[in-house]
Write a protein that binds this ligand. Structure first.
Ligand code: ZN
Length: 507
């Protein structure tokens, strides 16, 4: 066997994928577990990624006519009880506030006092509390459509948590809209699904499949749920965003009515849609390698890190003057209509060590600048989409002139790599034995990375779906909306099927 290359992250992906994930998050200094069980602390590097996600998505929401608002963190229990399926779906994950204050317990501690007459639920999602406002705001067809988005935190009590992927409290956005007709609401549901897909592909460099969820995976209370699904490097799927068509269910529960053009009262058609900090987990698992995080330039907190190289104070002064001039040129540039984000790493430590820190943090471009480079008016560049040792010297002006092109190239390379990986691991399967083999690891006690996206036929019966889930832990990720109809036989029962669906193991 060939000698394994040394890697900055241990374990490697092929050795222990979940262990590798944790180490990437830690080495990039993105987040950590907190003293509150199941809740994470998002550190500045991780939060800056979220800010870039937020900023760019917010522009896309506003470009499609939405406005932001903010609603209470607490939802009265009675609001929640209005939509039966909704309650059932979320009841087990709710954090409940029962008291309003603390008092001396007589033993040197505190005890809750001031019992609330009605308990409050810490929002796991806001359909019911936003619905209460909508019912007041909407009176006439002239008030429609109402297109609102909220950036907020939500709480869903989780027993088994993983940084960014599944935490008790997480950050997200939730869009809530109300419309005159079913057609308008359905159009909105698809419009936002497309916004998510476009964002995932253009900004996160993550190819996604758009599709409808089966009934068993539907949002509690929705008539239909659509999602974007991405493939991670362990060949599992990660649901990266959802858009729900809620029909009249929540309008009836919250009494959202309007007077139509004929003066008659009708219920409004509503939708909701959301993405969360889970996208950061997706980003990590879609692109990072055995040396750490790999960030697409469009959402990287820094596009460039500059590492000055010097031995003496005199050299340092020269290098820093050069960097100052260099930065004044960078400041004139725009990438993705934003300023170039850069930093200078002048920490008192070895250059090599610094460079590895930035590799692990996923910065797209590293520049080493030393006295010899200054003499030649050049910079020494390393790129995160290439091997760590693959570096090129460039004239400083050439670098400045081609910087946006280089960033575009990195962004594209990261996307192409992820797309190639997904294509290589997506196959049509028609034989049941082949299907079971595809999703069964060779080593069951310590499963190796296996499986992928299996495009298989499904008859539409939930029993077949359930059987596959029980046997293999494989679920129908979605019924793709861009796939053409094709007759075949259900992979489980052999009955007639009209189309292929995406089967995969998932997060
Ligand atoms: Zn079947």
């Amino acid at each position: 066997m060939a000698k394994q290359k040394r890697t900055a992250i241990n374990p490697r992906r092929d050795e222990d994928y979940p262990g590798w994930y944790q180490e990437v998050v830690k080495a990039a200094d993105m987040a950590e577990n907190s003293d509150v069980r199941g809740c994470m602390v998002i550190k500045p590097w991780g939060y800056a990624i979220w800010e870039n996600i937020q900023k760019n998505l917010d522009i896309m929401f506003k470009d499609t006519g939405h406005v932001n608002a903010y609603f209470p963190l607490f939802i009265p229990k009675s609001f929640f009880e209005k939509e039966a399926e909704h309650v059932e779906g979320f009841a087990k994950e709710c954090a409940v506030v029962t008291h309003t204050r603390l008092e001396d317990d007589g033993k040197g501690g505190l005890k809750p006092a001031g019992k609330l007459t009605e308990e409050l639920i810490v929002r796991p999602t806001s359909e019911t509390i936003i619905g209460a406002s909508f019912s007041k705001w909407i009176n006439s067809y002239r008030d429609l459509p109402l297109l609102i988005n909220q950036w907020a935190n939500v709480v869903r009590w989780e027993m088994r948590t993983r940084l960014f992927l599944r935490t008790t409290e997480f950050l997200w956005q939730e869009g809530h809209t109300a419309h005159e007709t079913k057609k308008d609401a359905l159009e909105e549901t698809f419009k936002m699904l497309n916004v998510y897909a476009e964002f995932a592909e253009k900004f996160l460099a993550m190819p996604v499949i758009m599709g409808e969820k089966t009934e068993s995976e539907r949002f509690p209370g929705a008539l239909s749920t659509f999602s974007i699904e991405a493939m991670m490097q362990d060949k599992k799927a990660l649901q990266s965003g959802t858009s729900h068509f809620l029909g009249l269910n929540f309008a009836k529960a919250s009494n959202i009515k309007f007077q139509n053009k004929d003066g008659k009262e009708e219920f409004a058609w509503t939708t909701s849609w959301g993405v969360s900090t889970r996208l950061i987990g997706a980003l990590i698992m879609a692109h990072s390698d055995d040396d750490g995080l790999v960030l697409p330039p469009k959402i990287a907190p820094s596009h460039i890190v500059m590492v000055p190289i010097y031995r003496t104070e005199e050299e340092r002064a020269k290098v820093m003057t050069f960097i100052d001039e260099f930065i004044s040129k960078l400041k004139k540039l725009r990438y993705n209509e934003e300023k170039i984000r850069y930093q200078i790493d002048d920490r008192d430590m070895r250059g090599g060590e610094k460079l590895w820190d930035w590799i692990k943090k996923g910065v797209p471009i590293r520049l080493e600048i030393g006295p010899r480079d200054i003499e030649n008016n050049s910079v020494f560049m390393g790129r995160r989409d290439k091997d760590a040792k693959d570096k090129t010297g460039m004239k400083a002006d050439d670098f400045v002139n081609s910087l946006t092109k280089i960033l575009d190239e990195i962004q594209q390379n990261i996307f192409d790599k992820a797309l190639k990986f997904r294509n290589e691991n997506t196959i049509n399967i028609d034989d049941k034995d082949d299907f079971y083999k595809f999703f069964t690891p060779n080593d069951k006690s310590n499963p190796e990375i296996h499986g992928g996206f299996a495009m298989g036929h499904w008859c539409g019966n939930s029993e077949c779906e359930e059987k596959i889930k029980d046997d293999l832990k494989v679920t129908i990720r979605c019924i793709p909306i861009n796939e053409k109809e094709e007759t075949g036989k259900c992979i489980s029962c052999g009955k007639e099927s009209k189309r292929r669906v995406v089967f995969a193991k998932a997060y």
